[in-house]
Design a protein around this ligand. Structure first.
Ligand code: AMP
Length: 439
């Protein structure tokens, strides 16, 4: 019987590998990218995490590999060890079906470098997947020779830029052959990425995949007001009411993540912790334990929000609204994967009103909930008063500080107050702009 991936004319072993994973049909990015890579064009792929982009580039690249040549043929960079390992797992699964051996080598920091060098001295792998720092290390020491590689993939390029790794990626790219093909995947294409793209890409085809469903329709998106209650108490309640299959709790700083984890542990929950302050060796160990379902609860910073694909996360709890609102979607996208149902819960206080309104402006709607008598029940819409009065209030303009000033203004109209409000608004706009440009 014909398989939906047959139309790409991939070798049989890759179709076998897809059958084993259980993909029924190609995703949009796969439909668009696979034929273009096969034509040998450079690509800028703009797509969100979760679109299936990993296989969009791995499948056609594996198609190009000559297993008889023990030389590097594909170089892939990712901005974090976890992402690199995830790509490597996908690549290894494909390689395992090949009738002739294809070597996939993960090259990431925090691992035994001497052992890696010994391995590389013995033979060069056909596919290397790694983080920019360690990759560059072994390239510069000439242990890894990439001048033979016809393909380079820069995955999550915007995150690579944000994390300050683009310089290393640039140095890696200079070692590729002149005619090598470059594939860059990025959720966004910021201006600062342009010089790199111009330097290495030859008339690239830009492939954009619209993220129609920002949050999977299998995910319920709850919003719970903290109403001055202790947040960690609330999180504990939420974690113990529904008996989640696996819950991922996000906070913005490693200190707060530690604090939440510590207090949940004190209450008897078995909690795993992921943040940048934990050694990479430990992080890899914890990730493995999580994949093996040894923990029901994981507390993490946004390090775990992008790309990390942990099967079966039933609940995501945002202890805080993320500082970078893009991460809201990345966090919530950790649940409801592969058509499973999921619940995302965001805790908010008065200071978060504006951010919540901005998230809603992106087309994401929340279901207001509260905890009553040990149960999560529907709550009222926090904007109900505005609706009742039929006021045409622009929610994104709501600002508690300015709101307070307006209230004062009503009671006690002093000359100059209106100007003060306008000045405050302007100051806020400037502050917000500065913050944005810092990122
Ligand atoms: P990615 O965006 O590559 O990280 O993929 C996100 C998730 O989608 C992973 O769990 C993949 O295994 C899954 N996936 C990728 N391609 C397909 C497909 N064609 N059909 C179903 N699931 C897929």
């Amino acid at each position: 019987m014909k398989h939906p991936f047959d139309k790409f004319n991939l070798p049989d072993y890759l179709i076998e590998a897809i059958k084993e994973i259980g993909f029924d049909k190609p995703t949009e990015i796969q439909e668009k990218v696979i034929p273009v890579v096969k034509k040998g064009r450079d690509i800028i792929g703009q797509s969100q995490t979760g679109s299936g982009k990993t296989h969009a580039f791995l499948l056609p690249l594996f198609n190009q590999i000559d297993p008889k040549k023990a030389e590097v043929q594909v170089v892939i960079t990712a901005p974090s060890r976890e992402l690199a390992e995830q790509l490597a797992n996908a690549a290894t699964q494909l390689a395992s079906h090949s009738p002739e051996e294809i070597n996939v080598q993960t090259i990431i920091g925090g691992t035994d470098k001497n052992r890696l060098i010994q391995k590389l001295q013995h033979s060069q792998p056909q596919v290397v997947i790694g983080t920019p720092g360690r990759l560059l290390d072994v390239i510069e020491s000439n242990d890894l020779r990439i001048h033979t590689s016809q393909y380079m993939v820069v995955d999550e390029a915007d995150m690579t830029l944000d994390m300050g790794f683009l310089e290393d990626v640039d140095k890696i790219a200079t070692r590729l052959p002149e005619k090598g093909k470059m594939l860059v995947f990025s959720a966004t294409v910021p201006q600062k990425l342009q010089p790199f793209l111009k330097k290495y890409m030859h008339s690239p085809i830009v492939i954009e995949v619209e993220n129609k469903q920002i949050i999977a329709d299998t995910v319920e998106n709850w919003l719970i007001s903290t109403k001055g209650k202790n947040k960690i108490e609330l999180i504990h309640q939420l974690l113990t009411i529904g008996q989640p299959y696996m819950a991922l709790v996000f906070a913005n700083t490693k200190e707060y993540v530690d604090d939440i984890a510590h207090q949940l542990k004190k209450k008897g929950l078995k909690v795993a912790v992921i943040h940048g302050g934990i050694t990479s060796r430990e992080r890899r160990r914890v990730m493995r334990q999580i994949q093996n379902l040894e923990f029901q609860y994981v507390v993490a910073t946004d390090l775990a929000a992008r790309g990390i694909d942990i099967e079966g996360i039933s609940h995501v709890i945002n202890a805080e609204v993320p500082q970078d609102l893009d991460y809201f979607v990345h966090r919530v996208g950790r649940t409801g994967r592969n058509q499973l149902s999921g619940i995302a819960i965001t805790l908010f206080g008065p200071d978060d009103e504006q951010d919540i309104a901005l998230i809603e402006k992106r087309g994401i709607s929340f279901q207001p909930k509260e905890i009553k008598n040990g149960e999560v029940v529907d709550s009222y819409d926090r904007n109900r008063r505005d609706h009742r009065k039929g006021k045409n209030v622009n929610k994104t303009d709501f600002d508690p500080e300015i709101h307070g000033l307006r209230k004062k203004l009503k009671k006690n109209v002093k000359p100059g107050y209106k100007r003060k409000i306008e000045r405050k608004k302007e100051e806020k706009r400037i502050r917000a702009f500065r913050l944005k440009s810092k990122k």
